[in-house]
Write a new protein. Structure first.
Length: 256
């Protein structure tokens, strides 16, 4: 009996380590050579990817992402055995250091992904901003592209991109899997809007959806100052308890 209990306890320790063990990987570097890191938690075939700090002046997204990482490290977030969460807390380290939207080349990284109607410049708050000389002209977006393309084909991913501020949860496009992901999260979160009322091109979620068929949404925080840790933890909890293939990637004809 004692031997049996010892074996069970050992197995529980191993399982717990597998679920909560942390792996830190450098996926690339910024213009100025700063590493871009992803923090990986869990072992499974369904993957939630959270990306923050792609706009360097949206610091509360970075603060929120690191707070969530700390909760994982402290064992305060539980994952099912078939789930993983990967967090990139700072996709634009150079912009973050200078407290500006763009990277060190003055390119808006969230307009530098290849999508339909891509263009090299756009107007934002009465300012002309560069989207790059061409899609994926920047080392940060190339790093993210290669990171996504390296995900094992047996893994089913979902993407949450964090921004501020807009008090909104926004589907990448009108593909059914984005709509279903949006509807799942809307029921649990209290963001006011599902649109930001201006045209967006070249952004991460649109690219992930249109080119890689990954269900993706953007979360626009309510303010530029406050962290929204509880909201992101809630997203993790909700998605931890559903089957991605059944609830997100299988079309629900009753809701269309």
């Amino acid at each position: 009996m004692k031997l049996f209990l010892k074996i069970i306890l050992t197995l529980l320790v191993v399982i717990n380590f597998e679920i909560y063990s942390q792996e830190i990987e450098i996926i690339g570097k910024s213009v100025k050579g700063v590493p871009i890191k992803v923090y990986k938690f869990g072992k499974g075939e369904e993957l939630l990817i959270i990306i923050a700090g792609i706009h360097g002046n949206e610091k509360n997204t970075f603060d929120t992402a690191y707070s969530v990482i700390n909760l994982f490290q402290q064992g305060k977030i539980e994952l099912s055995p078939n789930k993983m969460v990967w967090i990139i807390p700072l996709a634009n380290p150079d912009g973050f250091k200078e407290n500006k939207r763009t990277n060190a080349n003055s390119v808006d990284l969230n307009r530098n992904f290849y999508t339909e109607n891509w263009k090299s410049k756009f107007i934002f708050v009465n300012e002309i901003i560069s989207a790059g000389e061409y899609p994926f002209s920047e080392p940060e977006t190339v790093s993210l592209k290669l990171f996504f393309e390296s995900i094992d084909k047996n893994i089913t991913p979902v993407v949450i991109s964090l921004h501020s501020k807009g008090d909104a949860i926004i589907a990448a496009d009108k593909n059914y899997y984005n709509t279903q992901l949006l509807n799942i999260l809307k029921k649990e979160l209290n963001y006011k809007y599902t649109d930001i009322n201006y045209h967006v091109f070249g952004d991460l979620t649109q690219w992930a959806s249109s080119r890689l068929n990954i269900a993706s949404v953007t979360i626009e925080f309510k303010t530029r100052e406050e962290k929204e840790v509880n909201e992101i933890v809630k997203i993790i909890e909700v998605l931890n308890n559903i089957n991605f293939k059944d609830k997100i990637y299988t079309k629900d004809f009753f809701n269309f």
